[in-house]
Write a protein that binds this ligand. Structure first.
Ligand code: BGC
Length: 779
């Protein structure tokens, strides 16, 4: 296969042969889903389509909102579920399957994954994103891209950047300070670019600090290409280009969809009139031709194994389902259920329309036309026998109006629906399928609350009083409030939106043939008011201030010690694990190291204490023990590993500690920095698990802020150039700064001000003499 450099060289040679018009024409779409080609040079148009969790190839009418139908494709679990798998290997496998389907359909680029951070549970499109944590989001997005691209098609990493809400998404200005942008909102993109080199990156609709992402040179060129080494092309989100020339200059290569030739003509005119440097256009055209050559260089594919993909989708649905609660019931845990106990006389009672009309993906551009669709109701009936499973819809669901018409429940009012369900559940085991109706969360708008519909809670209250055992299974694309009602249930399974195989996967989890293996990739707050972003979401008057700064999700909840229903990273399974730290590095020495280096590792022994095989996700968090000079989250995820262990099995794993995990973004120096001192390494099962925490000394190159006009006495005293000057010119002052009684107060005073006080061991003239001896600024 040709290397990127070969392809680029061939592309550049072809671009040299093109007319100005031909080059310009390449930089926008031919129609909704295709790029243009240059026929006389043998360059064919390419098709790009959504994404991310299945192929949405529209053969007929086109749209970017999921309105018109598309060819059947496997609907894998959306990112809400995949995020909870914490399993890059599995996500890569899904990427491979997605790549096969993309290739078999003659599509060149799959528009995904989306790896924006879940800043607030209210974001209507959270179901398409992995996590509130940048490290986890980045590892999973990189795995997906790697899998997709292994099949000779491209991925599109989106939406770059800071697209964390749907409200006013095409205009809103996301105002984010530099440190927060670097530590929270960019790393998932950075990891994916560095590890997996997506063929394309899709810029977002919104503005970032005043400039549209599509026209943001700092993002699209300086950070993406120059810093991270991105080699692919930047494509606009559909309709994200506001002004074509500034966008091209900023690094936006391909505008989608078609502009009807309008913007191509603008480019031609700008070059002719000397307003646009032709080399900028050449660079964009070369990147587009490189992609055309790359796509042409991989063999076509006839078909794919739809059954194998369905099985993979099923397996993933269970891997991303999170068991949040599993009380002891008679003779063991509430879940899994014992299949043999359900008969015609004592059926298993399923309540809730979702058992029959599953909600398995979200609405909008990612909506896939599934090849098959499993329902829990059919799957359990097939497994236990038609008569051993009873069903009552329990509530109305707009998307189920048709089936409810057919079985006559459409005419019942909510009370009647509830009473029917209660009558069925009396004295029996009831599984309630609750969740968010499709209308509640979708691309294009945000939620305004995180509650389940009130009638569903009422239903649960009534059923849980009547039933001998109540299990709740949730279908939703982002966090819902469970704190006020979860104790009504003996077990609670968060199944998210799980794709086309979720129905049978849930049936298998209920009966114990599959175990839920997921851990929360987003916190479940006790209530919406606790969410750190809440005071600034979704902004006003066209601006959203990211006022909580780095304190997103668990970082903020943990810092405020806010009550949560279930912390980030948590989840049960059908077995239990013991963790034991076996060895830690004596110290971590970051001196002279570079970003990306590994400083040491921590060895952990993991033991499956239960009676069945299961999967554990070991998480490593870092935080400060020594006081810190900057605002910090108590714990930030620094690494994780998923492992499957047989009953009773033990294994040891090493979790590497990277320099980046200990770094903060120093906005003054515009770079990553490590703070020395004592750090805590916590290995555990969620962000609040402090059972296995150890302190370790971190050595780092000391960072000294430059001495400036109003540097304090303490800053002078600590500075390697300042201290000798102080000792030479005003020896009494260092003693004052270190005085146990008044040192702290004196140290906080700007030295110049201090020199103006009468009776101080320094005069203003001495101060000025010292300043004169400092090397010139910037020297
Ligand atoms: C979405 C993108 C999608 C594109 C094409 C846009 O509305 O934001 O995620 O890839 O449409 O359908």
């Amino acid at each position: 296969m040709s290397t990127h450099a070969d392809l680029t060289a061939r592309a550049a040679a072809l671009v040299e042969e093109m007319t100005l018009e031909e080059k310009a024409s390449l930089t926008s779409g031919r129609d909704f889903w295709h790029t243009k080609g240059v026929e006389r040079l043998g360059l064919v148009p390419l098709m790009l389509t959504d994404g991310p969790h299945g192929l949405r190839k529209q053969a007929g009418a086109s749209d970017h909102l999921g309105l018109n139908s598309s060819v059947p494709a496997t609907c894998f679990p959306p990112a809400a579920n995949l995020g909870s798998t914490w399993d890059p290997e599995l996500v890569r496998e899904i990427g491979v399957a997605l790549g096969e389907e993309t290739k078999a359909n003659g599509v060149a680029v799959l528009l995904g994954p989306g790896t924006n951070i879940k800043r607030s549970p209210l974001c209507g499109r959270n179901f398409e994103y992995f996590s509130e944590d940048p490290l986890l989001s980045g590892e999973l997005a990189a795995a997906l891209v790697d899998g997709v691209q292994s099949q000779g098609v491209g991925a599109s990493l989106k939406h770059f950047a800071a697209n964390n809400q749907e409200t006013d998404r095409m205009r809103v200005d996301a105002r984010i300070d530099e440190r927060t942008l670097r530590e929270i909102y960019l790393p998932a993109f950075e990891t994916t670019v560095r590890k997996a080199q997506p063929w394309t990156v899709m810029c977002s609709y919104n503005k970032v600090n005043g400039t549209y992402a599509s026209q943001n040179r700092e993002l699209l060129t300086q950070i993406l290409r120059e810093e991270w080494g991105f080699e692919g092309l930047v494509v606009s989100d559909w309709g994200a280009v506001d002004q074509r020339i500034p966008a091209l200059e900023a690094g936006l290569d391909l505008e989608m969809p078609a502009s009807g030739g309008r913007t191509d003509a603008q480019i031609v005119r700008a070059v002719r009139e000397g307003e646009l440097d032709e080399s900028v256009l050449d660079a964009a055209a070369t990147r587009i031709v490189t992609m055309i050559l790359r796509a042409a260089g991989t063999p076509a594919r006839e078909d794919f194994d739809a059954s194998a993909h369905h099985e993979l989708a099923r397996r993933a649905a269970a891997a991303g389902s999170v068991l949040l609660r599993n009380e002891e019931a008679e003779g063991g845990d509430a879940l899994p259920l014992r299949p043999s106990s359900f008969t015609e006389d004592n059926p298993l009672v399923l309540i809730g329309e979702f058992a029959r009309t599953p909600r398995y993906q979200g609405a909008g551009s990612s909506q896939v036309n599934p090849i098959r669709l499993d329902t829990v109701l059919d799957s359990l009936r097939a497994r236990l026998g038609e008569e051993a499973v009873a069903f009552a819809p329990g509530f109305h669901l707009a998307e189920a109006a048709g089936v409810q018409d057919q079985d006559g429940t459409a005419d019942l009012d909510p009370r009647e629906l509830r009473e029917n369900a209660v009558a069925l559940a009396e004295g029996r085991t009831a599984v309630l399928f609750l969740g968010l109706p499709a209308k509640k969360e979708a691309e294009g708008y945000d939620r305004t609350d995180i509650s389940l519909p009130a009638e569903q809670i009422e239903l649960l209250r009534a059923v849980s009083e009547a039933a001998s055992l109540s299990i709740v299974v949730l279908s939703n694309g982002s966090a819902v409030e469970v704190e006020s009602w979860e104790r009504l249930a003996n077990a609670l399974l968060e199944a998210w939106l799980g794709g086309q195989g979720a129905g049978s996967a849930i049936a298998d989890m209920l009966l114990g043939d599959l175990a839920p293996e997921g851990r929360l990739a987003e916190s479940l707050p006790a209530e919406l008011a606790q969410v750190p972003a809440q005071l600034n979401f979704p902004g006003e008057a066209g601006v959203v201030e990211y006022g909580e700064r780095i304190f997103v999700g668990y970082r903020g909840l943990d810092a405020m010690n806010a009550p949560v229903a279930h912390p980030f990273g948590s989840g049960l399974g059908y077995t239990r694990f013991d963790l034991e730290i076996r060895s830690i590095p004596e110290r971590l020495d970051a001196r002279g190291t570079a970003d990306g280096d590994i400083l040491g590792s921590i060895r952990v022994r993991v033991t499956n204490l239960g009676e069945r095989a299961g999967a554990e996700i070991v998480q490593l968090y870092v935080g400060r023990e020594s006081p810190s000079g900057i605002a910090r989250a108590p714990r930030s995820l620094a690494g994780f590993a998923k492992l499957r262990l047989e009953a009773g099995e033990s294994r040891e794993i090493d979790l590497p500690i990277t320099r980046r995990a200990l770094s903060h973004w120093d906005a003054a120096a515009h770079g990553w920095a490590v703070e020395e001192g004592r750090w805590i390494l916590a290995v555990g099962e969620h962000s609040r698990d402090s059972r296995h925490a150890v302190a370790v000394e971190v050595l780092a190159d000391a960072a000294h802020p430059e001495l400036v006009d109003h540097s304090t006495l303490a800053e002078w005293t600590r500075h390697p150039l300042g201290r000798p000057l102080l000792e030479a010119h005003a020896p009494g002052l260092t003693a004052l700064a270190e005085d146990p009684e008044i040192g702290e107060m004196m140290g906080a005073m700007p030295l110049v001000r201090l020199s103006r006080f009468p009776g101080m061991p320094i005069t203003e003239a001495q101060y000025e003499a010292m300043v004169a001896e400092l090397p010139a600024r910037g020297a």
